[in-house]
Ligand binder design. Structure first.
Ligand code: SF4
Length: 263
């Protein structure tokens, strides 16, 4: 199995991340005996870190479960799937590399001025669900981390008018695959430090909007950074807020109805 994991044994940052993932798995019941989990690996820092942490957990867990790394190649010219596949195979991971024509379809179908990301992400998610089903996986693990949860919470409040973040575990729209997000307690800063320390072979998606997309999310990142100067624990407080909801103190009429019925 993973050569890199043998080298990382005893590393304090890796142990910290392993502990946080273990806590998330326990808190949200993310993994059960007999699970076969497709792990989405894009070649970015988050997905490599997720895969390594899940494999470390798998080795230590008292229950038995399986992992399969899945990579979706959207077809952006220059995307280095060989680097990703090399890393996965060198470290003993089962993997499925999925080439697609998404880029060509997006070029053809996208309306001028419309967002690249929404259609690209939708195609990618669909391909991941299909691959997970073909591989006999009942779960799909995604590399969203604590900062993603917090930024999504703020984005929905600031721009959508909705009190909503992400779920650590939920049944996907296809009705058969459970999506899990085991990095919910892991800070992006720690993932960046870990990926550099472990020299993970991070590759760029090479899409036309790479690095310039999602300006609103970048704005949330800047805002949080500013807030942290005065309120150092602001991110942990916001993350805690998502799991400490008081429906009676909100304005959603459907929550009020539920409350009345329960009473
Ligand atoms: S940043 Fe690029 S690869 Fe990512 S969702 Fe947007 S278009 Fe797709």
């Amino acid at each position: 199995m993973s050569n890199l994991l043998n080298e990382l044994k005893g590393d304090p940052l890796f142990r910290k991340l392993r502990h946080q993932v273990g806590r998330a798995v326990a808190d949200f019941g993310l993994i059960a005996e007999g699970d076969r989990i497709a792990v989405a690996v894009s070649g970015g820092k988050d997905s490599y870190t997720l895969l390594l942490l899940l494999e470390e957990l798998r080795r230590r867990a008292p229950i038995s479960f399986e992992l399969v790394a899945v990579n979706i190649d959207s077809g952006y010219p220059g995307y280095q799937t060989a680097v990703i596949e090399g890393f996965l195979r060198d470290n003993g991971f089962s993997c499925r590399m999925v080439p697609t024509e998404h880029y060509a379809i997006i070029q053809e179908k996208r309306r001028p001025g419309s967002s690249y990301c929404s259609i690209c992400a939708r195609f990618k998610r669909g391909a991941l669900y299909t691959a997970a089903q073909e591989l006999g996986c009942n779960k799909l693990a995604l590399g969203h981390h604590a900062d993603d949860f917090i930024e999504t919470l703020l984005l929905n409040q600031f721009f959508v008018g909705s009190l909503k973040a992400m779920s650590a575990s939920m049944l996907a729209d296809n009705g058969v695959t459970t999506v899990i997000r085991p990095l919910v307690y892991v800070a992006e800063a720690d993932i960046i430090a870990f990926s550099q320390q472990a020299a993970l072979p991070v590759v760029c998606c090479r899409c036309p909007v790479c690095g310039t997309a999602d300006l609103q999310r970048k704005r949330m990142k800047r805002l949080l950074k500013e807030l942290e100067q005065d309120i150092p624990h602001v991110k942990s407080s916001l993350l805690k807020a998502i799991s400490n909801v008081h429906p009676r103190h909100l304005l959603d009429p459907s929550l009020r109805r539920q409350d009345t019925l329960a009473g």
